[in-house]
Write a protein that binds this ligand. Structure first.
Ligand SMILES: Cc1cc2nc3c(=O)[nH]c(=O)nc-3n(C[C@H](O)[C@H](O)[C@H](O)COP(=O)(O)O)c2cc1C
Length: 368
């Protein structure tokens, strides 16, 4: 039995997603990983303004949903932010660049959440150098609310196929201030469809990089609730397919299997439906540059959300392992000036809405 395209859309780099089918509503409801999604409902529900801001910040986008952040409350108005090295992705992110970009998303969300409560954030990045904490933060009075903040709960990485039409000019205008570039011309869109697919294929057929994703795949509600991170496969139909042995870690891992081939086909068709791309670039590539790229990316995603535009990062060609080096060179030649780093590349367009991804509870990310 094969799985139809309507039933299943499988993606690499943060998601195996299966579009909802015709399963009975009651069963669907029981398969929702409520505990893993609770942080989306609990955001802001803390008296300590630092905890309140952190409870929003943990909703930030981050590579493979590893949620590498840790926070330590110091005194009555300070918070120290760390990145947990054990959550790194050594195969696909050997220099922790993407992890650091994810920390930038987190810090920008913290800033916006504090500002929404009238608090200003004084942030010192890497106070002890690259190897120590990521940031020391002091909360002061005087923050000004950011209009993008209201879209945080609606922001999700959307890996579904996109409609065959460009974002409206109003949407492009809303995104422009946060993007380095928005690519809409047919020639470069076609070239990027090809290039981003080639990069995914390299990742999927390079055993050690593919296994990094497979080992972080959570199949079904029980696995997601036990480890609310990584790549989640969830929903009633998906659980039925898992039970039937039609979605398996072994099948996804094996390039010779039909399961693997179907996955590859689904990813390709979703990526091929892309009408436009966005980038965030930096002139340098220091840790603070990577943090800044994350801040911009988060803002860009919120701006897209505010206009009903779906967005998905496509990071494979930007990854710094040897098998990707030729595509890394090509993507930089196409999208950047010599010396610049493309920190983020993503697809944008109109798509069906999707729900939130799991998060660890804030309390589990507190240290000290
Ligand atoms: C630096 C970075 C790189 C990412 N790369 C990819 C990617 O290549 N493909 C993808 O589908 N998602 C990618 N993501 C999105 C994450 O997988 C996503 O943020 C995470 O799973 C949490 O889901 P959410 O954004 O819906 O909250 C990336 C996110 C960040 C911050």
């Amino acid at each position: 039995m094969t799985i139809s395209r309507r039933q299943m859309i499988t993606l690499v780099g943060g998601g195996v997603i299966f579009a909802a089918g015709s399963a009975a509503g009651g069963f669907v409801a029981t398969r929702r990983p409520n505990r893993a999604l609770a942080p989306w409902e609990n955001a802001g529900g803390y008296d300590d303004p630092r905890m309140a801001a952190l409870s929003w910040a943990i909703l930030a986008p981050n590579p493979h949903n590893r949620q590498p952040w840790q926070a330590e409350l110091i005194g009555s108005d300070r918070v120290r932010i760390w990145r947990e090295g054990a959550r790194n992705l050594p195969e696909t992110d050997p220099f922790d660049r993407q992890m650091t970009v994810g920390m930038g998303c987190f810090l920008e969300l913290f800033r916006q959440a504090a500002a929404d409560k009238g608090l200003m954030v004084e942030m010192t990045l890497f106070p002890e150098g690259d190897a120590g904490p990521v940031a020391d933060i002091v909360l002061l009075s005087g923050g000004e609310a950011d209009p993008l903040f209201q879209f945080v709960s609606a922001r999700h990485t959307n890996r579904l196929p996109y409609e065959d039409r460009l974002p409206s000019s109003a949407a492009l205008a809303a995104m422009a201030p946060e993007a380095s570039e928005i690519i809409t011309d047919t020639e470069r869109v076609d070239a990027l469809r090809e290039l981003t697919w080639d990069a995914v294929y390299i990742e999927m057929t390079t055993h050690r990089t593919h296994m990094e994703s497979i080992n972080l795949t959570r199949l079904g509600k029980a696995e997601i609730e036990a480890n609310p991170d990584g790549i989640s496969v969830r929903g009633a139909i998906q659980e039925a397919l898992i039970l039937a042995g039609m979605i398996t870690r072994e099948g996804q891992a094996n390039p010779e299997s039909s399961e693997f081939q179907q996955t590859a086909n689904f990813i390709r068709s979703a990526q091929d439906s892309t009408p436009a791309y966005v980038t965030v670039k930096t002139a340098g590539n220091t840790r603070p540059d990577q943090i800044e790229a994350g801040r911009l990316w988060l803002r860009l995603h919120l701006a897209a959300t505010s206009e009903g535009i779906a967005m998905q990062p496509l990071s494979q060609a930007l990854q710094e392992y040897p098998e990707q080096s030729e595509l890394y060179r090509q993507v930089h030649e196409m999208l950047a000036m010599p010396g610049e780093t493309v920190q983020m590349l993503g697809r944008i367009g109109y798509a069906s809405a999707i729900g939130p991804s799991p998060r660890w509870p804030l309390e589990s990310r507190m240290i000290g």
